[in-house]
Design a protein around this ligand. Structure first.
Ligand SMILES: Nc1ncnc2c1ncn2[C@@H]1O[C@H](COP(=O)(O)OP(=O)(O)OP(=O)(O)O)[C@@H](O)[C@H]1O
Ligand SMILES: [Mg+2]
Length: 483
C-alpha cells in the first residue's frame, strides 16, 4: 500500500478478533490507506499510543464488547474518528455504539466505496471537532485576563508582564503577601500559554513532611517506604507537557531543595526507590509569601535553587498599594457571589444577594489596610452579605479587623485615610463617589447580562424598582436589549 505522493496516507486501525477482517478492509480501501490490525481492546489502546491513527474501525462483536472499546477510545481521544463494524448490527447495538461515540455503524458486507465515504465523513467530523476545540481555546485565552480584576497602574504593569511571560516557557517565581492572587496568576500564566490544553497541577509544598513531599512530587516505586503500597507517578509526571505550580516554595526542607534543584537542572526525575530516571517536560511556576532572598541570605534556602526558580520573578502588589482597585474588586466579588447564589442548590434567588454598597461602606473599604488582601476582601463581603438585610451592604455590616464596626466612626476613619494608595490627589469624597459609581455600574451591567438585556428582569434581580433601573441605565449610558 504505497501512499499517493501528494497526500499523506490515511492511517487506519481495525480492531477485530478475526484476522481476515483487517486484510479485507485493506483490500477494500486500496491505495492511500495504511491499515493496521489489533485483535482486542488492550492491543488497540496500545497501538493508539504509538501511532496517530486517522480512524479506528471497531468490531461491535469484539469479545469483551465493541461498544465498551468505542467508549474508551472516545474518552481517551474525543476527536478521534471511530466507526463501528458489525456482521449484523441491530438497531439497539447501533444506537448504543453511536451513543458511546462511534460516528457511524457499518455492516461488514459494506462496499469499498461506502467504506471510503464513511471514513472520510468520520475524519471530517473529527477535524471539525478539533477546530471547535481550538477556537474555544482561543476564546478562553482572549478572555484569559478577564478574570483578573485591576485597573490600577501596578496591576496594569503586572498584567502586561504576565501576558508576555505566559507565551514563553520560562520558570516563574510569584512573590506576594497572602491573598494577593498568586495562585490566580499562576493559573492565568498557564491558561494564556502554549501548554494551556495540558494539565495544570497545583501543590502546596508546606503541607507534607520532606520524605512524603519528595514522593508526592517525584513519585515512588511500590514499597519504596513504609506505607507505599503501590507505585505513584508523582506530580511532575502528572503535569506532563503542562504546568506544575509549587505553592509555598519557601517552606521546603533542604533535602527536597537539593532534589528539586537537580530536577530543574537535569530535566529528569528519579522516583523514590527507583534505579532509573525519567525525563520530564513541564513548565514550573513557584510562589511564596516569604521573603525568599532573606531566606537565602540566612542560609535557609539554596541560592542556586533561587536563581533557577526566579528566572522571571513577578511581585504581586498588596491591595493597600492599589486601593483604587477596591471598588472594582468589590463589584466583581459581589457579582460573582450573586451568580453563585442563584445557581446553588436550594437558591432563593440572586435578589437576596446585595448588588452594591453604601457610600459609607465603600469609604471604610477604601480606608482599611487589608493585611489579608483580596482573600480578606472576599471574606469581609461574604460575611457582610449575610448580615445586611437589604439591597446594599452598609458600613455597620463590615467587620474589619481592628476597626470597630460602628457607623458613627466612619466619617472619622475615612477622614484619616492614607490616600497614597489611590495614586492621585482627589478629595476623599470624590474618590468615594467615583467608587460607588464603579460598583453600581458593575452590578447593573452584570444584572442586565443575566437578564438577557431586559431592564424589567434586571430590576427584579437587583431588587430595585423599574423606574430606578431606567434612571440608572441612563446615568451610566447603559442600554438594554441591544447591547
Ligand atoms: N486581581 C484579582 N481579581 C479578581 N480576583 C482576585 C484577584 N486576585 C485574587 N483574587 C481572588 O482572591 C482570592 C485569593 O487569591 P489567591 O488564592 O490566588 O491568592 P494567594 O496569593 O495564592 O493567597 P494565599 O497566600 O492565601 O494562598 C481568590 O479567590 C482569587 O480568585
Ligand atoms: Mg495561594
Amino acid at each position: 500500500m504505497t501512499p499517493a505522493p501528494a497526500q499523506p496516507a490515511t492511517q487506519v486501525l481495525v480492531v477485530d478478533a478475526e484476522p481476515h477482517i483487517p486484510r479485507l478492509v485493506a483490500l477494500l480501501l486500496g491505495d492511500g490507506h495504511v491499515v493496521d490490525a489489533a485483535a482486542d481492546a488492550a492491543r488497540a489502546l496500545e497501538r493508539l499510543q504509538a501511532v496517530p491513527y486517522d480512524v479506528v474501525l471497531v468490531d461491535l462483536e469484539l469479545p469483551g464488547g465493541g461498544a465498551a472499546l468505542v467508549e474508551r477510545l472516545h474518552a481517551a481521544a474525543p476527536d478521534l474518528a471511530v466507526v463501528a463494524l458489525a456482521a449484523a448490527p441491530t438497531l439497539q447495538s447501533a444506537v448504543a455504539a453511536m451513543r458511546h461515540g462511534a460516528f457511524d455503524v457499518l455492516r461488514k458486507t459494506v462496499s469499498g466505496d461506502e467504506l471510503r465515504a464513511a471514513i472520510e465523513r468520520a475524519m471530517r467530523h473529527g477535524a471539525l471537532a478539533r477546530e471547535v476545540r481550538r477556537l474555544r481555546g482561543e476564546v478562553d485565552r482572549a478572555r484569559g485576563l478577564g478574570e483578573i480584576v485591576g485597573e490600577s497602574a501596578p496591576m496594569r504593569q503586572l498584567l502586561a508582564l504576565v501576558e508576555r511571560v505566559a507565551a514563553t516557557d520560562a520558570t516563574v517565581l510569584i512573590l506576594g503577601e497572602s491573598g494577593t492572587g498568586k495562585e490566580l496568576l499562576a493559573r492565568t500564566l498557564h491558561r494564556l500559554g502554549p501548554r494551556a490544553e495540558r494539565p495544570f497541577v497545583a501543590f502546596d509544598c508546606s503541607a507534607l513532611t520532606p520524605s512524603l513531599l519528595e514522593a508526592e512530587l517525584f513519585g515512588h516505586e511500590k514499597g519504596a517506604f513504609t506505607g507505599a503500597g503501590r507505585a505513584r507517578r508523582g506530580l511532575f509526571r502528572e503535569a506532563h507537557e503542562g504546568t506544575i505550580f509549587l505553592d509555598e516554595i519557601g517552606d521546603i526542607a533542604p533535602s527536597v531543595q537539593n532534589k528539586l534543584l537537580r530536577v530543574l537542572q537535569e530535566r529528569e526525575i528519579k522516583p523514590v526507590g527507583a534505579d532509573h530516571v525519567v525525563s520530564i517536560d513541564v513548565r514550573v511556576v513557584a510562589a511564596t509569601n516569604k521573603d525568599l532572598k532573606a531566606l537565602v541570605a540566612a542560609g535557609h534556602f539554596r541560592e542556586d535553587l533561587y536563581w533557577r526558580l526566579a528566572v522571571v520573578p513577578i511581585q504581586v502588589p498588596p491591595l493597600r498599594e492599589r486601593r483604587e482597585d477596591i471598588p472594582l474588586l468589590a463589584g466583581h466579588i459581589l457579582a460573582r457571589r450573586r451568580g453563585a447564589a442563584k445557581t446553588a442548590p436550594g437558591a432563593t434567588g440572586a435578589a437576596r444577594y446585595p448588588a452594591t454598597l453604601t457610600h459609607d461602606a465603600l469609604a471604610r473599604l477604601l480606608a482599611y489596610h487589608w493585611p489579608g488582601n483580596i482573600r480578606e476582601l472576599e471574606n469581609v463581603l461574604s460575611r457582610a452579605a449575610i448580615l445586611c438585610d437589604g439591597e446594599k451592604i452598609r458600613a455597620q455590616d463590615l467587620d474589619l479587623a481592628g476597626l470597630a464596626p460602628s457607623p458613627a466612626r466612619t466619617a472619622r476613619d475615612a477622614a484619616t485615610v492614607d490616600l497614597r494608595g489611590l495614586g492621585d490627589h482627589r478629595t476623599l469624597k470624590d474618590v468615594v463617589d467615583q467608587a460607588v459609581r464603579t460598583v453600581e455600574k458593575a452590578a447593573l451591567t452584570q444584572a442586565l447580562d443575566e437578564a438577557a438585556g431586559s431592564p424589567a428582569r434586571a430590576a427584579r434581580l437587583l431588587g430595585i424598582s423599574r423606574a430606578s433601573i431606567y434612571n440608572k441605565m441612563k446615568e451610566y449610558g447603559l442600554t438594554g436589549g441591544d447591547r
